[in-house]
Design a protein around this ligand. Structure first.
Ligand SMILES: [Zn+2]
Length: 255
C-alpha cells in the first residue's frame, strides 16, 4: 500500500500541476481556463487528448510538437514534475495527516505563485481564497471549531501587520512597496502557522528575497521584484520545519 500511495500522490501532483500551469498562465491574462483549447504556440494546431497527458505526452513526443516538430516549452513539464515531487515529499514526510494536507495546499501555492508572480507580477485571488477556506475546515476537522476561528483571527492579525508595513514602505520609498497580492497572501501566514511563526516566516522571506533583489537591481537596474515567490517559499519552509523554528524562537525569547 505504501508504494501505491507514493505513485498515487506523485501522479496526482503531476495532474494537478498540469492544471496549475494552465491556471497560472491563463488567469492573469483574463483568459478562460477551457477556451481556447490547448494548442501549439507555433502552428496553432489544437492538441488532442493524448497530447495533453502530463509528463508522458512530452516524453513520448520527445519534447516536439506532433504537427510542426517545433520544440515544446519545458515550463509545463517542469511545473508538472515539481508538483508531483512536492506531493510525494509531503506523503513521505507526514503520511496522511493534518500536516500532509496543509503541506499539499502550501506546495500548490508555491507552484501557482512562482509561475504567475514571476511571469506576470500577479498573485491570483482564487487560490488564496480556496486555501484559506480549506485550512479553516482542516483545523476544524482535525482540532475543533474554536481552533479554526482562532486561526482566522491570527490570519487577520498577520494581514493587518503586512498592510501596515506596506503603508509605511509606501511613504518611505515613495512608491508601492508591497503588492496587494503579497498582503493578501500574508493572511495565510497567520492562519496556517500561528502569529509567532508567521513573523519568523516574514523575516525568512526577506532573507530569501535579498540576493535576488540585489541581483535584479545591479544586473538589470530593475526595481520591480516579485516578492510572492519568496513569501510563499518561506511559508512552506517554516511550516515544514516549524518544530525547529519554535526551538530557535524559544531560545531567542528566553535570553
Ligand atoms: Zn506545432
Amino acid at each position: 500500500m505504501y508504494y501505491f500511495y507514493c505513485v498515487f500522490f506523485f501522479l496526482l501532483g503531476c495532474i494537478l500541476g498540469s492544471f496549475y500551469g494552465v491556471v497560472a498562465t491563463r488567469l492573469p491574462k483574463n483568459e478562460s481556463l477551457i477556451k481556447p483549447r490547448s494548442h501549439c504556440e507555433e502552428c496553432n494546431e489544437t492538441l488532442a487528448w493524448f497530447e495533453l497527458i502530463p509528463v508522458l505526452s512530452f516524453l513520448i513526443q520527445k519534447g516536439k510538437c506532433r504537427h510542426c516538430k517545433t520544440k515544446l516549452s519545458k515550463v509545463h513539464i517542469l511545473i508538472e514534475i515539481s508538483t508531483g515531487l512536492l506531493f510525494l515529499f509531503a506523503y513521505l514526510y507526514y503520511d496522511i495527516s493534518y500536516s500532509f494536507f496543509i503541506s499539499i495546499i502550501l506546495s500548490s501555492l508555491v507552484i501557482l505563485i512562482f509561475v504567475s508572480d514571476m511571469k506576470y507580477m500577479i498573485i491570483l485571488d482564487s487560490p488564496l481564497i480556496i486555501s484559506a477556506i480549506s485550512i479553516f475546515f482542516l483545523k476544524w476537522f482535525y482540532f475543533d471549531l474554536s481552533n479554526a476561528f482562532l486561526s482566522l483571527f491570527e490570519g487577520m492579525l498577520s494581514f493587518f501587520t503586512m498592510f501596515a508595513i506596506g503603508k509605511i514602505g509606501n511613504v518611505l520609498f515613495k512608491r508601492e512597496s508591497l503588492g496587494g497580492g503579497d498582503i493578501k497572501l500574508s493572511f495565510l501566514f497567520g492562519e496556517a502557522l500561528g502569529i509567532q511563526m508567521a513573523f519568523a516566516a516574514f523575516v525568512l522571506s526577506t532573507f530569501l528575497a535579498l540576493p535576488y533583489a540585489f541581483a535584479c537591481l545591479f544586473m538589470r537596474n530593475n526595481h520591480e521584484v516579485p516578492f510572492g515567490p519568496f513569501l510563499v517559499s518561506a511559508l512552506w519552509i517554516v511550516f515544514l520545519f516549524s518544530e525547529k523554528f519554535k526551538n530557535v524562537l524559544d531560545v531567542f525569547f528566553h535570553i
